[in-house]
Design a protein around this ligand. Structure first.
Ligand code: FAD
Length: 379
């Protein structure tokens, strides 16, 4: 038996470990287009960007782990096609070169996502799309005291970069087309608190405003954080069902019975939420990889874990559990001190029809379990 894992991120490395954890003893090969050992991306916009931690701290397993666990890690190798009927794939060096064919019995797609491009910024500036170690290095050296940083997009990555840039004494302007940052996820009640936090730290937050050419041209560094696009090209080429991500069933199986997909690339039929979700979070990459590893070797486990994510901005740390969904919420209950710029700690609960759909805390780490367990409960 041979299992091929395509993609060299957190989901890929976690799946390989879980296969060994569950006693699977045959071949495991990871094909990773990056040259690095698989690493976690969240520190790229937080501690590693701030220079508080080294990039090595973000590595999932060290080199010796792969040898000791007999996991063949093919670094700098891109899979260019999959033939599901023949159970083969073709791979070649990422920069180009001779392609080779390899067989597999079961395959896991963990190809992740890439940053959405912004044409105007590409034309006018040489923007940084923060996704890789190389992007992080470039941004770290650009964030100098007094540097004029323009950030396009007030999402998680844009705001985390704004926080790091202010802590490095750069002048920061954030352009966000919506009326509040993060409003699509948090709603206006809590999104407003993030806007206040950034303004209190000296960010020039331009809301309801599209960035123009002059602003981009005048910046020392432009960072674009306007979302990610799932890397579905291989799945499409292989004839798998794809619709805003690779479609997987409750057990994370694609439309081909021998191919599973997890992490940022997977559009999952979530049995608890009762709808499809594609979740771009660290925790989902880990938890889906564990369940998929089980199912790759014959398990029939549905993936039921609810979405979870965290962010760190300035001195604020927050965790968010659950998912509001397209139908929205009736009300949000906020408890505690919302003056987060001055160390306030609060909890928020998004409620619909008397049930908590999602809940978060900011700076209230002791409440983490209570907040998590409130999701799905009556309120
Ligand atoms: C800057 C940044 C900050 C983040 N912060 C947070 C956070 O605070 N909290 C949180 O919950 N989440 C955060 N995330 C999201 C989180 O990092 C992702 O959800 C997670 O990385 C997804 O893991 P993955 O393995 O599915 O995909 P990825 O990490 O994207 O890895 C996919 C890998 O597959 C490789 N690949 C793609 N195609 C091929 C191919 N054909 N052949 C071989 N290899 C291929 C890619 O090069 C890449 O190395 C952040 C992401 C970024 C970029």
């Amino acid at each position: 038996m041979s299992i091929a894992i395509v993609g060299g991120g957190l989901a890929a490395a976690t799946a390989a470990a879980e296969l060994r954890e569950r006693g699977y003893d045959d071949d495991v090969v990871i094909y990773s287009s990056e040259d690095h050992l698989p690493y976690e991306r969240p520190p790229l916009s937080k501690d590693v960007l701030l220079g508080k931690k080294d990039i090595d701290s973000a590595i999932v397993h060290d080199e010796a782990w792969y040898t000791a666990n007999r996991v063949r890690l093919e670094r700098g190798v891109t899979v260019t096609s999959i033939d599901p009927a023949a159970h083969t794939l073709r791979a070649e060096p990422t920069g180009g070169g001779e392609s080779t064919e390899h067989g597999y019995d079961r395959l896991l797609l963990a190809t992740g996502a890439t940053a959405r491009r912004f044409d105007l910024a590409d034309r006018v500036a040489d923007p940084i799309y923060l996704r890789t170690v190389e992007d992080n290095r470039r941004l770290r050296s650009a964030l100098r005291p007094g540097a004029k940083a323009v950030i396009v997009g007030g999402g998680w990555i844009g705001l985390e970069v704004a926080s790091a840039a202010r802590q490095k004494d750069a002048e920061v302007t954030v352009y966000e087309r919506a009326d509040l940052p993060l409003v699509a996820v948090l709603g206006p009640e809590v999104a407003r608190l993030f806007a206040d936090l950034h303004r209190a730290h000296g960010v020039d937050l331009r809301l309801g405003t599209a960035v123009d050419e002059a602003a981009l041209a005048a910046a020392d560094v432009v960072v674009v954080g306007i979302g990610a696009i799932p890397s579905t090209q291989l799945a499409e080429q292989a004839g798998l069902a794809v619709d805003r991500g690779v479609l997987v069933d409750e057990q994370l199986r694609t439309s081909d019975p021998d191919i599973f997909a997890v992490g940022d690339v997977a559009n999952h039929q979530h049995p608890v939420l009762g709808r499809r979700v594609r979740v771009e979070h660290w925790d989902t990459a880990i938890e889906q990889a564990k369940v998929a590893a089980h199912n790759l070797i014959g398990g029939g486990e549905p993936y039921t874990h609810l979405p979870y994510f965290f962010t760190d901005q300035y001195d604020l740390g927050m965790e968010y559990f659950g998912s509001v969904g397209p139908e929205g919420y009736d009300r949000v209950d906020i408890e505690g001190d919302t003056d987060v710029a001055n160390g306030g700690a609060f909890r928020a609960y998004w409620v619909k029809g008397g049930t908590v759909l999602a809940a978060m805390h900011a700076n209230d780490w002791d409440a983490s379990d209570v907040v998590r367990d409130s999701v799905g409960a009556k309120r």
